[in-house]
Design a protein. Structure first.
Length: 318
């Protein structure tokens, strides 16, 4: 059975079809009655069309108003999005990029939780920073420090490091959380990063001397690989994403024992990179709370790289 189609003017069409026969009959009474019915139907049709027109006008006005409101809301949402993006960019300067991105993607839990993981920890600081700072005007010190931190941070991020904190002139980084390529690859990325940092420091030193900085910054670097507690530490009101543990202290001690311009690594780190770098064994040491002697090695340069072999100027370091 064919589907019945609704016709808005079906009554009028029936009336017109009926009129053809009445007019041909010539019956005046029938014609008069038909004319009255036709007039009545036409009047109703006009009123219905007027009602439809008024309803259409009201709906159009509502649509115009809705469209105007929608444009206003869209503009407000765009302004809010811009403000949030601005806030996000500002927050990014205070958070490790990996944590910042995970937070805004809804993939990071801000509960006070930690986990134990094998990480590679990096410490660096500037040799004789206090004495150097006292010889500079505050504005110059700020300029050189900001340039130093910016260059080191760029290198760190390019190698996937998690920036823990800046402590005065010191830098603390680690590899292995929240993202990791495995213990071996994390350690190798950290050592390669440290080599590039020392390369860049020599470039910066030449640049600074040209600008009148006679005693440019020279940094020491210490690297250790071991198990640490990593995660959110603090309170419900304020959290800090960081690492703690004896292996962190080992990395800091290695940095303190490194020669200016040098990189000192632990045996645990060396075992992951021994095919990458030439080293010189150094005197082992022991830390309170660490039940072993810490073997250390000073990196002398990259291994088996003839075209781009790195050698630091100082005989004790890279």
């Amino acid at each position: 059975m064919a589907e019945e189609v609704f016709d808005l003017y079906d009554r009028e069409k029936l009336l017109l079809a009926e009129g053809q026969a009445i007019l041909e009959s010539g019956d005046q009474e029938a014609i008069k009655a038909f004319a009255e019915r036709l007039f009545d139907r036409f009047s109703k049709l006009v009123r219905e069309n007027e009602d439809l027109t008024r309803h259409s006008d009201r709906q159009e006005q509502r649509l115009v108003k809705l469209n105007r409101n929608l444009k206003t809301q869209t503009l407000e949402l765009e302004q809010q999005r811009s403000r949030l993006e601005g806030l996000s960019l500002q927050l990014a300067k205070y958070l490790p990029p990996q944590i910042h991105d995970a937070l805004f993607a809804g993939k990071y839990d801000t509960q006070i939780t930690t986990q134990r993981k094998k990480l590679t920890v990096f410490f660096s600081d500037i040799k004789d920073f206090t004495r150097t700072a006292e010889s500079l005007q505050p504005e110059s010190l700020t300029e050189y420090l900001n340039e130093y931190f910016s260059e080191m941070t760029q290198i760190a991020l390019s190698h996937g490091a998690t920036i823990d904190k800046y402590i005065g002139d010191a830098v603390m980084l680690f590899f292995g959380d929240p993202e990791s390529k495995g213990v071996r690859e994390d350690a190798r990325a950290c050592v390669e990063m440290a080599l590039q940092m020392q390369e860049q420091m020599r470039i910066l030193g030449r640049r600074w001397k040209e600008r009148g900085f006679d005693t440019p910054f020279v940094i020491r670097i210490g690297i250790n690989t071991g198990y640490c507690n990593v995660g959110n530490f603090g309170s419900e009101q304020r959290l800090s994403y960081t690492i703690i543990g004896g292996e962190v202290n080992v990395a800091q001690r290695l940095e303190a024992n490194a020669e200016p311009g040098g990189i000192l690594i632990s045996h645990e780190t060396y075992s992951q990179v021994e095919d990458l770098v030439d080293v010189e064994p150094k005197e082992s040491f022991q830390l309170k709370g660490i039940d072993r002697h810490v073997k250390s090695y000073a990196i002398k340069g990259r291994k088996n790289i003839e075209l781009h072999q790195l050698r630091l100027d100082h005989p004790s370091g890279v």
